[in-house]
Ligand binder design. Structure first.
Ligand code: ME8
Length: 473
């Protein structure tokens, strides 16, 4: 049985779950559901990133102790994922004591190997990013992501000898035969990482003297572990906490391009340093804007998953998020375009086909045989999903929908019902088989809808029922 362990980033717990988080999480969910259908041993993890300066600041603003604050807000993510029907196997929180213990032990391993040393750090820190920036990163003196001036920080920190691993990493990403080989996809991102590695990379600070909200450095309690060092290890802790260490290495780690460097360079280097195999693949999808603007609280254009679910339903939202633009690319979304696409693809396309065929089958009083037990998913669809080309997999399904529509137009079963009932039955029987195929392919993307349709078209008698996707404005 093939194993597949899929992860999303663990999102900063202080943030409100928004459509950006939903994008990655829905994508991961589609893959997890697809692999479960294929019969693979699937494990899907998401969760929340709960330590560090940013979370501590938010807790202070709310007048709460950091842990109490995290306990209050972490359920926001659990709730959001429930609304989107996310089928994660485990939700990890970095304040879980088991995770904290794994992080501490991991750090001790690197320390004992001589990969950690004390040094002085001076640099520009952006709390929004939870990372040091260089002058090159700044735009007009500001962090380009958070549009804030970074603060100057100078302190004694512990460093990880990342620079020692650059050659190892270059070999690991370039040579499929390397024992530490891992893929970075899409290719453009691979090239980006490779050229940056070739330019040379310095060591990184992995502790903080100023930040108290974090896991203490075991041999020096005046410092806490840098939030990213702690957070990345969630991927490794989750299987151990679940008593399934055999799930490691992760097979597919999803994120957006904003945090690719942490996942494609720092994370594998940490693992290789500890003698652990890196994940098999990291995939960075694009960033989307909202009507051409970066999504931000300041601009006030943040879209929340529940707003979308309220308007388009759970499955409508899942469909719209993944069909809008190719997964690896940057894109733009807008509610207006979502409405148009909903009406054209879901109300007219899928909804209309279902309604027409079901109504005709009812009218013809058709009897259909039970569907086959083990449907076979078409090859082009499987290839598209293996490539994480969600929009292509969906386009493949929608091509089948329009083919079925054409078939109805050509054969005019509503006329045949009177003129030639036997032929009408044959045509409708065929259409129902096509719909069943479409429904199988929809399962990972629109699970609730697909299950309802499986029920509706199971036979022996089919009823028209109510439309699934009434038009909206
Ligand atoms: O970075 N377009 O968490 P985070 C596409 N805690 N994806 C988007 C997006 C957008 N406009 N906005 C957010 C962190 N995302 C760390 C991760 S992992 C060990 C620690 C998604 O809450 C995308 O997946 O800032 C991005 O990588 C992630 O949210 C960042 O989430």
């Amino acid at each position: 049985m093939k194993k597949i362990y899929i992860t999303t980033p663990i999102y900063y717990v202080n943030d409100i779950p928004h459509v950006g988080h939903a994008y990655t999480t829905v994508a991961a969910d589609v893959l997890a559901r697809f692999h479960r259908i294929l019969g693979d041993n699937t494990f899907f993890v998401t969760g929340t990133d709960e330590h560090g300066a940013k979370v501590a600041e938010s807790a202070k603003k709310r007048g709460l102790k950091p842990k109490a604050f995290c306990d209050e807000v972490a359920p926001n993510f659990v709730e959001a994922w429930k609304k989107l029907n996310i089928s994660y196997d485990y939700f990890i929180r970095t304040t879980d004591p088991e995770h904290e213990k794994i992080v501490t032990d991991f750090l001790i391993t690197l320390y004992e190997k001589g990969d950690i040393y004390k040094g002085k750090y001076e640099g520009l820190y952006c709390v929004g990013c939870e990372k040091f920036l260089t002058e090159v990163d700044l735009v007009d003196g500001l962090c380009p992501f958070h549009r804030k001036e970074p603060t100057k920080q100078s302190e004694e920190n512990y460093f990880f000898r990342l620079s020692n691993y650059i050659e190892t990493l270059i070999k690991a990403i370039s040579d499929p035969k390397d024992p530490n080989h891992y893929k970075i996809r899409p290719d453009s991102r691979f090239n980006e990482v490779l050229s940056k590695l070739r330019l040379g990379v310095g060591d990184i600070s992995i502790s903080r003297a100023e930040v108290t909200w974090g896991i203490p450095i075991p041999w020096d309690e005046s410092q806490t572990i840098y939030v990213w060092f702690d957070a990345l290890l969630n991927y490794y802790s989750a299987p151990i906490i679940n008593h399934r260490p055999d799930l490691w290495p992760a097979d597919l780690q999803l994120m957006a391009k904003d945090i690719l460097w942490f996942h494609a360079v720092i994370w594998p280097a940490m693992l290789i340093a500890a003698g652990i195999r890196p994940p098999k693949e990291v995939f960075a999808h694009g960033f989307f804007t909202i009507e051409g603007e970066k999504m931000s609280k300041t601009i006030g254009n943040v879209i929340l998953p529940e707003q979308l679910v309220e308007k388009f339903g759970t499955d409508g939202t899942r469909y719209l998020l993944l069909s809008e633009f190719p997964f690896g690319s940057d894109g733009d979304i807008s509610i207006d375009r979502f409405i148009k696409r909903y009406n054209s693809d879901l109300a007219n396309g899928l909804g209309n086909l279902i309604q027409r065929v079901a109504a005709l089958a009812e009218k013809a009083n058709l009897t259909v045989p039970a569907p086959a037990e083990n449907p076979i998913l078409d090859l082009p669809y499987r290839v598209a999903l293996d490539e994480l080309s969600f929009s292509e997999a969906l386009a493949y399904i929608w091509k089948k929908i329009s083919d079925a529509d054409k078939k109805i137009e050509e054969s005019k079963p509503w006329e045949l019902i009177k003129k030639d009932p036997e032929k009408a039955d044959a045509v409708l029987d065929n259409l129902i088989r096509q719909i069943r195929e479409i429904v199988e392919l929809l399962l990972p993307f629109m699970p609730e809808t697909a299950e309802k349709l499986q029920e509706k078209f199971r036979g022996p008698k089919i009823k028209a029922g109510v439309p699934l996707f009434p038009r909206i404005s």
